[in-house]
Every structure is written in C-alpha cells, then in structure tokens.
Design a protein around this ligand. Sequence first.
Ligand SMILES: Cc1cc2nc3c(=O)[nH]c(=O)nc-3n(C[C@H](O)[C@H](O)[C@H](O)COP(=O)(O)OP(=O)(O)OC[C@H]3O[C@@H](n4cnc5c(N)ncnc54)[C@H](O)[C@@H]3O)c2cc1C
Length: 432
Amino acid sequence: MSDKSSPEHKNFKVALVGGGICGLTCAIALIRAGVPVQIFEAAAKLGEIGAGVGLGPNAVRILRTLGVLDDVLEKCNESELSTRMFRFVSGMEGHEVLYDLILVKYPESEENGGLGAHRAALLDALQKFIDPSIIHFKKRCVSVAPIENDPTRVVITFDDNTVYEADLVIGADGVHSAVRTAVTGGGENKAAFSNAICYRGLFPADMLKKASVKTDVTARSVCFAGKDKHLIVFPIKHAELINVVAFAADHNAPIGSKELEYPSVKDVSQKELLNEYEAWGSDVIDILKCIKTPSKWSIPVVYPPLETYVKGRIIVAGDSAHGMLPHLGAGAGQCIEDAYVIAQLLGHPGTTGSNIEAVLEAYDRVRRPRAQMVWEGSVKAGEIYDGYGEHGLSPQGIQEDLGGMWDRVWHHDVEDDVKSAVSWLRATTFGA
Ligand SMILES: Cc1cc2nc3c(=O)[nH]c(=O)nc-3n(C[C@H](O)[C@H](O)[C@H](O)COP(=O)(O)OP(=O)(O)OC[C@H]3O[C@@H](n4cnc5c(N)ncnc54)[C@H](O)[C@@H]3O)c2cc1C
C-alpha cells in the first residue's frame, strides 16, 4: 500500500466537507498531489448505507492511477475487473432477452474493466490511504462563508458551534449538501424529488437455485425492463451476493414537481415490494422473494442544474454538485472524476495560495458540462428502460435508443479534462 502522507508542497490548506466516495477519493488525490487537507464528516464513523455500487472503466482507471485499485479489489473481494454491461431482459413472463450490450460493444480488456463493489468495503479500502488524524468525525457543517475582512479565507461553522478556517472549502457532502447553499446563494437549486423510488436488497447467490430463477444474474448485470419500472440485478463479492435495485417512476410529472418523501430511506415489508411488481414475470417475482428486508429509497437529484460549482474559494463536487438518477450507474464515477480533476489542478506547480479562485474556475469549466451530460443521460436511460424511449421496449427499439449510451461516460479520458483546464489556466493565470 502506498504512503498516507506524501510531502506537502503547497502552502494553502484545503477543508473537505463529507467523507463519502467523493470526499475520500478527493482526499487521497490531494494527499498524492502534496496538498494539505482536513476532512470534516457529519457521521460518527465512515460508512455507507445501501449495498452495491457499480464503477465504470472511467472510475476504475482513476483508482488505478491513484494507486488504490488493488486494495479496493481486495477489500471488495473481487479478484479481477469485469465489464459491468447490462443484459436487458423483459421483466414480463418469458423474460425475452432484449439487448445484450456486451456482445455488441465491449470486449473484455483491462481498459474496459469495471467493478461491482460493496459500498462499505469500497469506503473501507479508501479510508486505509488516509491518515486518521486528518479525518474529524461528528462535524456537521451548517454553513460556509468567506471571512468578512479577509476574502482569501473561508470559515466553516459546524452544528457544535465550532468553526474551522481554510484557504478553500470543497463540499463533498452529498445531494442534501450544506456547502451548496454557499455556492448558489441559497437559490432554487436543491435536492428535488426525481419522481423515482427504488427498493434495494442484497441476498446470498445460492438462494437463487432454491428459487429456480432461470435468468442468469450471477455472471452479469441484468436489467429487467418493463412499463414504468425496471430492476437492476448484479453480482458482488465474487458473485457470493446478489444486489437488487428495483425502480418505479412517474415519467409524466416534471422533475421537482412533487415533494421528496422523508425519511428518504426506510425499511418496508416484502409484501409492499411484491405488490409493486405484481404483474411481472416469475423470475422477477422469485428474485424479489429472496429479499427479506427491503429498503425503499425516494431518490433525490440536484435540480435545476447548478449554473456554477464554484463561488470564490468554495466549491461543490460529487452528488453535492450533480446528484443524479442512478440509471447509468455513473454517479459515483462522476464523483471520482471530480475528485481527481480538483486534486490535479490544486497540486499543479502553477497553483499558489493567491490564484486559487482561477484554479477553481478551471475546475468548473471542465467538470460542469461533463457531469451535466451524464446527469441528462441518466434521465434518458431511465426513460428507455421504463418504456418511454423514442423507439419503445422491443429488442430493436431498446437497441436503437441505448446504442452508444455508455461510450461517452466510460470512454472519456479524465486527463483530457485536466489538460484542457491547465491550458486555460496557462492562457489566463499561470503565464507561459
Ligand atoms: C439506488 C442508487 C444506486 C446507485 N448506484 C450507483 C452505481 O451503481 N454506480 C454509480 O456510479 N453510482 C451509483 N449511485 C450514485 C452514487 O451512490 C453517488 O453518486 C455517490 O455515492 C455520491 O457520493 P458523494 O461522496 O458525492 O456523496 P455521499 O455518498 O452522499 O457522501 C456524502 C458524505 O458527506 C457527509 N455529510 C453530509 N452532509 C454533511 C454535512 N453537512 N457536514 C459534514 N458531512 C456531511 C455524509 O455523512 C456522507 O459521508 C447510486 C445511487 C443510488 C441512490
């Protein structure tokens, strides 16, 4: 395992709010880049609710560059990378294969390798690369603001009435972000209800045999598609466990027109889950019957999209900036891309304590259009799986509508973002 503390060669201090996938990856990338960082996390310890998370090749490449991939694979009990492409199967009886994406587009290779991770294991693996003395728990940020008589400094106020001053603050505090208010000025950009809910559950793979499920969900990610609903089923922990996320959405109401349900995550009965999918095929019903204690999630997104991720020396990243629907399995990947770009820019030799605002603006310039493209793709993907694609849910329709959907997400080179931001900074700020 690599070092926890590379030599710090920057004279400014970064405060990171939030220790989720975005915050921890950002902290590791900053440490690697020699930028001093302190992390403030609301919870008493690091952890994730929810079961699995799929990371695409774009995210996996960054974990490899940061030198953490092997540890992540080991912790997640994955011996190798795999391409997490869906096999689309009808949710209705007969379970006709609609589209087998892997055969069409993505041959297995290192470069195309993705990862199905257990969330808690992923965070655990990342945490190992961070000196515990820089993570401060039970520190719920309530506000962030520039210091009145020194706009080059930012102060965070926590709910225990303590404060912390830094040269810049990164809000990686999730979709219900407190830091975002400081960037948007408390405007209308908020965690809005996406009109989608999901039921989640995890169970041992050998339950499938007893349940006589015919569709193979142990080797690949399967998307059972149908009108207004779809289920994503994929193996994790070396196919010891099966992760299920069963969605239901109202595609006729505009996003943000209905209130988010609180609490946004709650335990529900198996009966409620089975009722939701009553008319679906036997494989779907038998898979859902394996989930003894489902949880129901009311899914928030950041909407309307932010006009900027930056205000002075305060920025947002990850779900705090662009919380999106999970239909492309790409939200965490966007968090990881944000984290990498921020750290590369702050660690750049041209970056100093006095040009931080311009460097953060460069982050906004490259990251916001990219993340927004993925945000919009995630909405579109959900529409297609739920029968609202332009060409419908037939095998031809779904292939036509989904064709190439992941290319722009997965086969994007984050180093191009860094280069483009640096070349803008050279032209405007760093000098030749
Ligand atoms: C059902 C579902 C399935 C998904 N599946 C996938 C998938 O397969 N692949 C994928 O790439 N993405 C997926 N996503 C999206 C992905 O989970 C998120 O994009 C990602 O976890 C966001 O990470 P984050 O670090 O930005 O935010 P979070 O994970 O929300 O972390 C925020 C952290 O900040 C802390 N915090 C919050 N408020 C404060 C505060 N005020 N002060 C201090 N700390 C605070 C929290 O305790 C938490 O630790 C899915 C999402 C959902 C809902």
